[in-house]
Design a protein around this ligand. Structure first.
Ligand code: RP5
Length: 171
């Protein structure tokens, strides 16, 4: 694995880690080097701006930002860099993630954030989306992503066989 991080995974709080580590696990699967940081748009705004401004120099190609509640982390980072920013809204007890989803998805024209699904699915897809972006200039990675799609299809076929068998046995 090339050790220079190509993807930056950031999260608004340590409490987001269990969700955001799913993005890291997915990047590991594709042998994409990444770095992981906690940064809060509200509680450490200066650090967020510094991170975004230094991202290009560090060689990051994609930034994945997960946050909950008034989730401005992805948008604020996107405001300070043109590196693609992929947002993962994280659910809160109070508003069940609608707060984070709307905060992230409703970016004003000019500053895009590619917003994923809420929670673990979003974290996994954020990593896959980052991999797809990077794969445009990495043919080996492109092939790995195609293989992954084939694997998903095989899993569906296997599940279908299991369901058919179970349904026959139940008769
Ligand atoms: C957001 O508020 C974080 O991204 C987290 O999802 C949520 C709660 O943060 P903590 O109170 O657990 O630090 O900023």
């Amino acid at each position: 694995m090339n050790n220079r991080p190509l993807v930056g995974i950031v999260m608004g709080s340590e409490s987001d880690y269990e969700i955001m580590r799913k993005a890291g696990d997915m990047l590991d699967r594709f042998e994409i080097a990444y770095e992981m940081d906690v940064l809060s748009a509200h509680r450490s705004p200066k650090l967020v701006v510094k991170y975004a401004e230094e991202a290009v120099k560090k060689g990051l190609r994609v930034i994945i930002a997960g946050a909950g509640k008034a989730a401005h982390l992805a948008g604020v980072i996107a405001a300070h860099t043109t590196i693609p920013v992929v947002g993962v809204p994280i659910s809160s007890d109070e508003l069940k993630g609608m707060d984070a989803l709307f905060s992230m998805v409703q970016m004003p024209a000019g500053i895009p954030v590619g917003t994923m699904a809420l929670g673990s699915s979003g974290a996994k897809n954020a990593a896959l989306f980052a991999a797809e972006i990077i794969s445009l200039s990495d043919s080996k990675l492109f092939d790995k992503l195609l293989n992954y799609r084939n694997l998903l299809e095989e899993e569906v076929l296997a599940a279908s066989e299991r369901v058919k068998k179970a349904s026959k046995e139940a008769k």
